[in-house]
Design a protein around this ligand. Structure first.
Ligand SMILES: [Zn+2]
Length: 696
């Protein structure tokens, strides 16, 4: 095969260059030959490793884990080898900017897997990552008084947080998850951070730490400054929403549990991480009885199925003239949680790098929220399909935030009352100010509530990676950020020697960067505003449905979006942004414009309320009522997770006595102990860079 000959020749050439210190290869023709040869091989190697990863993620067995490790190992070696060959070209002096960019990306990919040389560390890194993911994916919370009845995160605990208004039951679910997962991860994470930093530090260029490496993907020198400015622009909006929701929660749960001037107890916002507050819409609805877009009950009573939700989403992409989901997608995806095996439920979209195999893995339920998530994931798939013609190193979003923004952008149109009516989810649409405020409130509970969380997740991790946050202060610093930005507090005191609350959010043990979601929440409104103008929309931004214009207008909007998606990461993101918005900077103004009517309304409602919160306030708690254990000598209250965990929390050691009648920690142990057995045998890969995109 000529391609094989060519690469052998190049390898030989590369080695020759290395050995006799000849000049770097300056021929751009040879450069292109290398790229196309690389491309064909990369597609095959990546396809194999994606299949192995998929098989493991949809069936968590030892056999699948070993196969995944083997495929990862092959992929890591391939990446490293490609980076080494590429570095023997004089690519920095190439004239063709596309070629130069391709080489830069291939050599950077090599940086991530550089650590593979230290086999022992690489193995350790991978074992840790595998263990952390498995602890998270199989974590269970058993009822304190009925240890054989255990709840998993999805759907049990998520439902508990979403559908309950019982303060103590909510606390049990919130606290149980942290006892079950965070505490098991606490000792593993510091070493993981150390190994990850070593890996990125040994490459060329040698990043100072993993956070710096992650930020480099944005190709923006003043990235942190830009984010800070965006966040400050959005803060008044968040503080107004926070004050209003706190007032409503005070009415629901009482003055003793919710302070008028304090942060909000974190377990009352309808979500395990307080990152989306949509599930408490019923408690804060501005005008009960007017149009509400929480159409879940309508979906259920109309007999909607999971399959129908995916078809509706696909229809929207088609309607905009975008690429419809291929047959492979329908045949290979996992749409619901299988009953017969353990899987990773966290929703994700997969690119298999062969231009037609694309899949979603999701434990979907029939609900409005999952309908929006399906659009989010399908947006990733649309991106994969639109840039499939690009060489492999360009099959990425303009920046990581772009990839996250696409599906959400379309969901902004789908969620409008008029669009919900056209797909049969609303019988009538009342066009008046009160219905508008209801609609904007429901959107704010999802979008505005997320902003501080999206911003702080990687503030914390960047600090951890650069060493300004140390293992001894992981949990304190986490709560400092949670309180400072989100205005929330833990409902029960934390034990910083044992708790590791950041680990209870999937992206931390799975090591997926998070700032992309904050960026995407800004971008999606910028894109929405621009496409609304293209599609001929006039009037308030929150009423825009980009599919509502004439055929020509709709096509124009779809075409503009497709043009940006097709670019992949072949150019820097401001170029991609310019295609849609006509300008090159990130801006928070479109979010402010979108929510302006709600901002005005909230300011009125919050008269007499204090905006912001006193960081020092903590909720009261009563030991017995919160399943705590009072030490026999009466000296203190021991939390359920501290009871019978092998550590004496009571001076008289009474918390570690009579343990046979109490479960030894709330997690079902079987699945976790399996991994510690096989983890010691797994082979290695360092940083998985291939395209699997998650929900936030
Ligand atoms: Zn995503």
């Amino acid at each position: 095969m000529p391609a094989q000959k060519e690469i052998l020749y190049l390898v030989f050439l590369a080695l020759a260059v290395r050995t006799v210190r000849l000049q770097l290869i300056g021929s751009e023709d040879h450069g292109w030959a290398f790229i196309w040869d690389y491309n064909g091989r990369a597609e095959q190697v990546y396809y194999d490793s994606m299949v192995a990863r998929w098989n493991y993620n949809t069936n968590l067995t030892l056999e699948n884990s070993l196969k995944q490790d083997e495929a990862n190992f092959i992929e890591a070696h391939f990446d490293k080898q490609a980076a080494q060959i590429a570095s023997n070209f004089d690519w920095q002096n190439f004239n063709n900017t596309t070629l130069k960019r391709l080489f830069r990306k291939i050599t950077l990919l090599g940086t991530a897997v550089n650590h593979i040389d230290q086999a022992r560390e690489a193995r350790e890194y991978n074992n840790l990552l595998a263990e952390m993911r498995l602890i998270y994916s199989t974590g269970k919370v058993c009822e304190y008084h009925n240890p054989s009845s255990c709840l998993s995160l999805n759907p049990d605990l998520s439902d508990c947080l979403a559908n309950n208004h019982n303060y103590d039951r909510l606390r049990f679910c919130w606290e149980g998850w942290r006892d079950a997962v965070g505490r098991k991860l606490k000792d593993k994470y510091p070493r993981f951070v150390e190994l990850s930093n070593q890996a990125v530090h040994q490459g060329v260029p040698n990043w100072t730490d993993t956070g710096a490496y992650w930020r480099s993907w944005y190709e923006t020198a003043d990235f942190q400054e830009q984010l800070e400015n965006l966040y400050n622009q959005l803060k008044p909006l968040y503080n107004n929403l926070h004050a209003y929701v706190r007032k409503k929660l005070r009415e629901q749960y009482g003055q003793d549990k919710i302070s008028a001037t304090g942060p909000i107890p974190a377990h009352l916002l309808g979500n395990m991480w307080s990152q989306s507050w949509s599930n408490i819409y019923d408690l804060v609805e501005p005008y009960p009885g007017k149009t509400s877009i929480d159409v879940t009950s309508k979906m259920l009573s109309d007999g909607w199925t999971v399959d129908r939700m995916f078809r509706i989403s696909d229809d929207f992409f088609k309607e905009m003239g975008l690429i419809e989901m291929p047959q492979n997608f329908w045949d290979n995806s996992m749409f619901v949680k299988p009953a017969d095996r353990e899987v990773v439920c966290h929703a994700s979209a997969w690119d298999f790098y062969n231009a037609h195999d694309v899949r979603i893995k999701m434990c979907s339920n029939v609900s409005m929220q999952d309908l929006v998530t399906i659009h989010h994931e399908m947006g990733h798939i649309e991106y994969y399909l639109q840039y499939k013609h690009q060489p492999v190193p360009f099959r990425r979003g303009g920046n990581p935030g772009f990839h996250e923004a696409v599906g959400d952008l379309l969901a902004l149109s789908v969620s409008t009352p008029t669009h919900l009516q056209t797909i049969g989810l609303l019988d009538t649409v009342e066009d008046d100010n009160e219905s508008d405020i209801n609609f904007l409130m429901s959107m704010a509970l999802d979008k505005i509530s997320f902003l501080p969380f999206g911003y702080l997740m990687d503030q914390w991790r960047w600090g951890v990676f650069n060493g300004s946050i140390t293992p001894a202060t992981y949990n304190q610093e986490w709560w400092k950020l949670r309180t400072r930005y989100q205005g929330i507090v833990p409902p029960v005191p934390r034990n910083n020697d044992k708790d590791f609350d950041p680990g209870c959010k999937y992206h931390v043990p799975a090591n997926h960067p998070y700032m992309r979601y904050f960026v995407s929440y800004v971008l999606q409104f910028q894109f929405h505003k621009a496409l609304c103008e293209t599609s001929g929309h006039t009037g308030p931004l929150h009423k825009c449905d980009i599919s509502a214009g004439t055929e020509a207008q709709k096509a124009a909007a779809g075409e503009k979006l497709a043009r940006m998606l097709q670019m992949g990461s072949s150019q820097e993101w401001p170029d991609a942004m310019e295609v849609i918005t006509g300008q090159r900077d990130m801006s928070a103004q479109p979010i402010v414009d979108y929510f302006q009517p709600l901002i005005d309304w909230l300011e009125q409602q919050n008269q007499g309320e204090t905006l912001g919160w006193d960081d020092t306030w903590t909720p009261p708690y009563d030991c017995e009522a919160t399943d705590g254990f009072t030490c026999k000598d009466g000296s203190r209250c021991v939390r359920p997770g501290d009871r019978c965990d092998g550590v004496n929390d009571c001076a008289d050691k009474s918390d570690e006595q009579n343990c046979s009648i109490v479960p030894t920690g709330p997690t079902g142990g079987a699945a976790v102990s399996t991994v510690t057995n096989f983890a010691s045998t797994v082979v290695c890969v360092l940083v998985a860079l291939l395209m699997v995109n998650l929900v936030p």
